[in-house]
Ligand binder design. Sequence first.
Ligand code: ZN
Length: 252
Amino acid sequence: MFHWFKKRRRKKILSQPVPESWDLHFNRNVRLTWELSPPEVRRLQQIVQVIVAEKNWEGCDGLELTEEMQVTIAAQAGLMLLGVPGFYFDNVKTILVFPQAFSRQASSGSGEGQTHRAGEAWQGGPIVLSWRDTLRGGRDEDDGQNLVIHEFAHALDGLDGEMGGNLMFDNEETSQRWQQVVAQEFADLCRARDRGIRTLLNHYGATNQAEFFAVSSETFFEKPRSLSQQHGELFELLLTYFRVDPRNWQRN
Ligand SMILES: [Zn+2]
């Protein structure tokens, strides 16, 4: 019953015309859309229609949520779904948007205090984003950093029930290959971080394997050529996972 209702509702959402203003938001705020093929743009518009309509959106800390914010966030998340028909981050119900980095009570072995965060993703809970950092990530398409892709990668990671960095592939062999390749890549990144060596993958990926996947996803979409050259197997596995090749979206 629920699926039937959802399917019917989506059909209705997708039959609505796409507002002309969306093109402007894509062009101004989501640079990765510049090189998409016309069918990809059309598909991305549909994904944005569903994400904007189906999620609960809330502005926080006095932020008044606008269409521009919703479209800019949904379009960046939607790039990750261009190869995955029929899925719209169904496990994410709510998106909270703060004007800028927000403070959180941090607790760790060494003590507690306030920490500032640009984004968060919770298993079974909301995705939380700073609008300022969302915009920065979307407008710079090849610095390897994209907050929206990072947080929504955590949501994909959580589809197996936990955000632990294990991805669900179509077959067991590829899933095992993923675990082997990530174990090696993660160890390499930890070593480089400890020695202070600069790497293509942000050192934050050495935090744990969940962050490794989120950081790898940012690099896959924003620096696909470098990733394919320097981390060939990791790139091929992400290509298999996302079923799109972002090398086609970058001019150089
Ligand atoms: Zn993260």
